[in-house]
Design a protein around this ligand. Structure first.
Ligand code: FE2
Length: 327
């Protein structure tokens, strides 16, 4: 089938206290608060012209409601819906007006059990890229990628590549030749989504692009000054995979956010995926320092699109390697 998924576009995270979340995301990290009400905060980065890329919803317990991708046209949306329907996967249409600031969309549980969504339109808002007077915290520019733990990476990898037409920029495999993790993209960067072998389906993190590495250093200083030192889980550092400069944070509900800068162009359709050996210590952190155990073991639960219950999780199909990794 012929369709064009443009990019990862937004995540909807459930959080327990919107005021506590606002202090972290807006006051400390510098996300732009497009709008909010008593149940929701809509956030975006400084360069984003879409209404939001991160939606925080008040809920009894933290979870991931959905991970959304923007597609080019209504025809693309219909084609994608047909693809899932023909595979026997039940989809959920959400008509225009059902979701604030969003056009028609559909949701589906992907092959790994992750709740994903596709839409064409989101309300346009003012670009604040050159409102340097508004820059603060991490100076977040835009959403960059999702990173998910799944029980069967190879199955998920093949579905996203063959059925959804994602390209692979980099991957890690074991000496037996099994894909341990894969970085897949639609836009011309290293990834829109990455999948890692592990207890899943779960969301490991949402990555946001920053203007430069110094924004990450400044974010660390601001976070520490505001009493968020313990929110810094891993980094700053440079990844081997993707080459990006990174910092991992845990928000007040435990959701993991990556601040990310410095990957590379992947526009050429004939680029060969870069292979990393699972035992290469430079793949996770180029400088060689290791990540804490929490980073390997903890991730956010995801919800069933129909029941709104947490999706059951399975251990990763591949034998665990130590240390494991992800970016
Ligand atoms: Fe990442």
């Amino acid at each position: 089938m012929d369709f064009n998924i443009i990019r990862c576009a937004r995540a909807i995270l459930h959080v327990k206290d919107l005021d506590v979340s606002r202090q972290f995301y807006v006051d400390a990290l510098g996300f732009v608060e497009t709008e909010s009400d008593e149940e929701t905060i809509y956030l975006r980065g400084l360069e984003e012209r879409t209404h939001h890329s991160l939606m925080l919803k008040k809920a009894a317990s933290p979870a991931v409601e959905v991970l959304s991708y923007k597609v080019a046209t209504e025809r693309d949306l219909e084609q994608l819906a047909s693809l899932f329907t023909e595979k026997g996967t039940e989809i959920q249409w959400l008509d225009k007006g059902t979701q604030y600031a969003l056009g028609r969309a559909f949701r589906v549980q992907d092959i790994a059990g992750l709740p994903i969504e596709f839409f064409v339109e989101m309300n346009e808002v003012e670009r604040l890229l050159q409102r340097y007077d508004l820059y603060k915290g991490a100076r977040v520019q835009r959403i960059d990628h999702f990173n998910c733990m799944v029980a069967d990476v190879e199955e998920t990898y093949h579905f996203y590549r063959k059925s959804l037409h994602f390209s692979c920029s980099e991957y890690t495999d074991t000496k037996e030749g099994n894909i341990w993790a894969a970085w897949l993209h639609r836009k011309q960067t290293v990834h829109d989504v990455a999948f890692m072998n592990g207890l899943g389906p779960r969301l490991h993190h949402v990555g946001f692009h920053l203007p430069d590495p110094l924004a990450i250093i400044h974010a660390c200083d601001v976070l520490a000054s505001m009493g968020y030192g313990e929110s810094i889980e891993r980094g700053p550092g440079r990844h081997g995979l993707s080459n990006a400069f990174f910092l991992y944070l845990r928000d007040p509900d435990g959701h993991r956010i990556e601040l990310y800068h410095g990957d590379y162009l992947t526009s050429d359709s004939d680029l060969s995926p870069i292979r990393w050996d699972i035992n290469d210590p430079m793949r996770q952190t180029f400088w060689g320092h290791t990540a804490p155990d929490s980073w390997f073991q903890e991730a956010s639960d995801v919800l069933d699109i129909h029941t709104k219950e947490i999706v059951g999780q399975q251990k990763g199909k591949l034998k665990q390697h130590k240390p494991t990794f992800m970016i």
